[in-house]
Write a protein that binds this ligand. Structure first.
Ligand code: MG
Ligand code: MG
Length: 625
């Protein structure tokens, strides 16, 4: 199977797009006419550039409003087509993509469309070129791939074939069974795009919200399964119109595109048991057994302040690294690592971001296989020199240049604490915190789809639907990736408004990163009482919140009073209950959340605006002081 991507999917000028596409190891490219028109160079220049990059132009598009035109408009449509064929010959491209007519002037009738396609095919064939016909979901008379196929079939010309587009097919919920009746050699091009489920007209949905396979909610894999069943192994191209991609770096978006195809074809192979030519099988997605550790990069003064906060949260210093300025803080199953080294990765991360979470350590079933899968998915493995007696822990680059380490119970990585750390004696009572419940990362809006794909392609996690959360400074989009048993939950947050807490974090932090860490307890009131005794201040929640809670729930008055005096937020889903409280923000950067789940699977979305408003008030008060 050959892979390509359309220039429209990426930002930048045509030369930048082509360089990005080649760098992401695509072989083919669809040239969008607008990218050519806005390029300062001739089609022959483009042809040379494409050849120099080792690419091939697989189609030139779009050619609109062609079939079924009456009278003089029909003549004009053919005259326009001749000019496109001229350009294609200069470009060195042999396939013109004709999309179904949307003009109110067009006449219906499948035979009329077929006759026009035949006539155009004849003209193309004289030049050694071909045309491919695609049904747009909003086509005037042809909006369904089955009708497009019927027109192509009746055209009966070897230079006329079908273009299938997963978006146009799947958003209409078209039955996919008819795919299996199309001869594979009549399909000249397959275009792939995913999209979130939205209630929107097809045109706007397509122009702004397409995404790479796996980033949205459409069953692109069912579509591919149908194609595999007919033995299609031709050209598959990503055609994505997406505002976030147009704001992103063309190089990283192109790599995301390739990653999405590798992941899609691997899922297809896993589902059908049939290998996809050109795609090697990957090791399975890593089963995540939990967060083994979270590592903070700090300098000494900041480290002392964070250690004081951790002690207040009931952590104790459990170990000191044998050769580095690194300590391990522990409580229940939680490990927090404080790194104040003056060189190496954590230090450079600190130089860029200040006090921050520089790495997540994930416990997986097989760390080596996870790294292997990451490599094959075009993720970026990370290595740095290790000292004598230290383990080389497999790692890949995560959000904002941070690291994700993989440890597993089956190798000596599982004994990293014993191998690299000298234990120190525990002192003082803990606060009942047992595990890392979730980690929340803030990122630029245009990065969100990339990181969703990163996590879901590498780890055995599913994504929840995206939610809009109200921040006093604007809307924040929030989406969670999580393993089925909840051992890993990462909340991804992004905002287009510069005034939300999420966006201000990016400014302060000089980039994307971990904004908060939620720690689980089995008894939030006992934990909060211990924190209070330790002098840890929690985020104050306004009285109005509790008045409202009293009005909309049937909570007993004494429980309500306890929630209020403890600054604990409450949510319920059926019989399941959720309790949450927040610490103040550490050096304006990150904060901790304490959560107790009683069968509850969500994240207290209803409480998020209350928390965000309380944090905004606090930030203002601190700024004014
Ligand atoms: Mg298309
Ligand atoms: Mg949270």
């Amino acid at each position: 199977m050959e892979t390509a991507i359309a220039t429209v999917s990426l930002s930048g000028a045509l030369n930048e797009k082509l360089a990005a596409i080649a760098a992401a190891r695509f072989r083919g490219v669809e040239i969008f006419e607008n990218d050519l028109l806005s390029f300062d160079g001739t089609p022959r220049d483009v042809r040379r550039m494409v050849a120099d990059l080792g690419l091939e132009i697989v189609t030139f598009q779009p050619f609109r409003d062609f079939e079924g035109m009456p009278g003089v408009q029909r003549e004009r449509a053919f005259a326009r087509a001749e000019r496109k064929l001229d350009v294609m010959q200069e470009l060195g491209c042999d396939l013109l993509l004709v999309c179904s007519n949307v003009s109110p002037d067009s006449l219906g009738g499948i035979d009329r469309a077929a006759a026009d396609l035949h006539a155009l095919g004849e003209r193309a064939a004289q030049r050694g070129l071909r045309i491919g016909f695609e049904a747009l979901a909003w086509g005037r008379h042809i909006a369904d791939y089955r009708d497009a196929w019927e027109a192509v079939r009746r055209a009966g010309h070897p230079a006329v074939g079908l273009v299938l587009d997963s978006f146009h097919t799947l958003v209409r919920g078209t039955d996919l069974r008819a795919l299996r009746a199309i001869p594979a050699d009549r399909i000249f091009l397959v275009q792939l795009a995913d999209a979130p489920l939205l209630d929107m007209d097809y045109l706007s949905w397509s122009r702004h919200f397409r995404s790479f396979p796996g980033q949205g909610d459409l069953p692109v894999i069912d579509f591919m399964e149908g194609l595999q069943a007919i033995g299609f192994d031709g050209l598959v191209s990503l055609e994505i119109f997406n505002d976030q991609f147009r704001a992103g770096s063309p190089r990283s978006v192109a790599i995301d595109g390739h990653r999405s195809l590798i992941y899609l074809m691997d899922r297809l192979r896993a589902r059908t048991g049939v290998a996809v030519a050109g795609f090697e099988p990957l090791p399975p997605r890593a089963a995540c057994l939990g967060v083994e550790f979270i590592e903070f990069a700090l300098e000494e003064r900041g480290a002392a302040a964070l250690e004081a906060l951790l002690a207040g949260l009931g952590f104790h210093r459990a170990g000191v690294h044998k050769s580095k300025s690194v300590t391990r803080w522990r409580q229940g199953g939680i490990n927090l690592v404080i790194n104040t080294e003056k060189e190496g990765f954590a230090h450079s991360y600190y130089i860029t971001h200040g006090a921050s979470v520089c790495a997540l350590g994930l416990k997986v079933d097989d760390a080596a296989a996870t790294l292997d899968r990451a490599r094959r998915l075009l993720d970026r493995p990370f290595r740095q020199a290790v000292g004598p007696g230290e383990l080389e822990i497999p790692a890949v680059r995560g959000l904002g240049g941070s690291l994700i380490y993989f440890v597993d119970p089956k190798s000596e990585l599982g004994a990293v604490w014993d191998i690299e750390f000298t234990p120190t004696a525990a002192s003082g009572p803990d606060a009942g915190l047992t595990a890392i419940d979730h980690v929340s990362q803030s990122m630029h809006y245009e990065e969100m789809l990339a990181w969703l794909l990163f996590y879901t392609s590498l780890l055995d996690v599913a994504k929840t639907p995206a939610q809009d959360v109200v921040d006093p400074g604007g809307l924040v989009k929030s989406q969670v990736v999580q393993s089925a048993d909840g051992s890993l939950r990462i909340a991804l947050n992004a905002s287009q408004s510069p005034r939300t807490l999420s966006s201000r974090f990016l400014d302060e932090f000089f980039g994307s990163g971990v904004q908060h860490i939620a720690l689980a307890t089995r008894d939030i009131f006992a934990t909060v009482a211990r924190l209070a005794a330790n002098g840890v201040r929690l985020l104050p929640i306004p009285e109005n919140y509790y008045d409202d809670l009293a009005a909309k729930t049937e909570l007993a008055p004494d429980l309500l009073a306890r929630l209020q005096e403890s600054n604990v937020l409450y949510d319920r889903d059926g019989d399941a209950e959720y309790f949450q409280a927040y610490t103040a923000t550490f050096e304006d950067r990150f904060f901790f959340e304490i959560v107790e789940r009683r069968g509850y699977r969500g994240f207290g979305a209803a409480n998020a605006p209350i928390r965000l408003a309380a944090q905004a008030r606090r930030a203002q008060a601190m700024g004014g002081a």
